[in-house]
Design a protein around this ligand. Structure first.
Ligand SMILES: *[C@@H]1O[C@H](CO)[C@@H](O)[C@H](O)[C@H]1NC(C)=O
Ligand SMILES: *[C@@H]1O[C@H](CO)[C@@H](O)[C@H](O)[C@H]1NC(C)=O
Ligand SMILES: *[C@@H]1O[C@H](CO)[C@@H](O)[C@H](O)[C@H]1NC(C)=O
Length: 233
């Protein structure tokens, strides 16, 4: 084998090795904390039914699905727990900024996370594509800082502002996005119950719908029903 070719081979081998180790560094390190916001600091125990909601804070269907779910959570109390994962949809221009605001709120004042989510659900039109069509990215962020301050607390204004310049909050929001897509979620709202996706992804489940599902699971846990198996299998 002529020497130049051999050298090229060796060189490409090392390039490949360093590419591999770079990818290892960039991709295989999981986030330090499991993704998601735990509702009412109520992580649940091994016996409670875990609901995971995949939400986009500026999605109208996510908004519509929240009141009945909240009502069901109130009804079942500690028999259920909820974790919200964010999936900022690419066709909602401000979904990522809004999701980032939730991560910032969660870092600064954990108990403001769900109040801020509800505030988005009350006033999300302010951040719709059409309504922000003529606004620069910078002024949307400025609006978002003011908006989030209302939920997190007035004294947090500048902390929220610098939150938007903190790479950590950008990364946390990316982790949420990646986590949601890695679960195969591509629309909001999507609900998983005890780790399995509910059928009818992307649509609102009303209060009676939640009652039907969760009552069945509670009955099944007591060994009184095999219906849930048919429900998923
Ligand atoms: C944290 O947020 C909650 C909910 O919005 C609010 O009631 C509380 O006053 C805030 N805490 C502080 C220290 O600002
Ligand atoms: C688009 O946004 C403008 C400005 O906020 C508003 O006046 C208008 O009603 C909106 N149009 C639609 C179709 O929502
Ligand atoms: C955006 O600006 C254009 C040009 O000034 C105007 O015609 C349009 O109505 C504006 N759109 C909104 C949603 O404000």
């Amino acid at each position: 084998m002529p020497r130049p070719q051999f050298a090229t081979l060796i060189l490409s081998f090392f390039c490949l090795i360093s590419l591999f180790s770079w990818t290892l560094h960039a991709q295989t390190l999981p986030p330090a904390r499991y993704d998601g916001f735990v509702y009412q600091d109520r992580p649940g125990d091994a016996d409670s039914i875990l609901i995971e909601a995949f939400y986009d804070p500026v999605c109208p269907d996510s908004r519509d699905s929240w009141p009945p779910l909240k009502q069901a959570l109130r009804y079942y109390g500690s028999r259920t727990s909820l974790v919200v994962h964010l999936l900022p949809l690419p066709y909602h221009d401000n979904a990522f900024v809004a999701s980032r605001a939730l991560h910032i709120a969660n870092l600064l004042n954990t108990s403001s996370t769900f109040p801020l989510l509800e505030q988005f659900y009350e006033h999300q039109e302010r951040f719709y594509n059409n309504e922000t069509h003529n606004l620069s990215r910078a002024s949307v962020v400025k609006e978002m800082v003011k908006f989030a301050t209302e939920a997190v607390g007035n004294s947090y204004y500048s902390a929220i502002e610098s939150g938007f310049n903190d790479r950590k909050t950008d990364l946390k929001t990316r982790v949420s996005f990646k986590y949601s897509t890695s679960r195969g979620v591509f629309g909001t709202p999507t609900f998983y119950v005890n780790g399995f996706a509910l059928p009818d992804t992307g649509s609102t489940i009303d209060y009676n719908g939640w009652r039907r599902i969760i009552d069945l699971l509670i009955k099944a846990k007591k060994g009184k029903s095999e219906e849930t198996m048919h429900f998923l299998l």
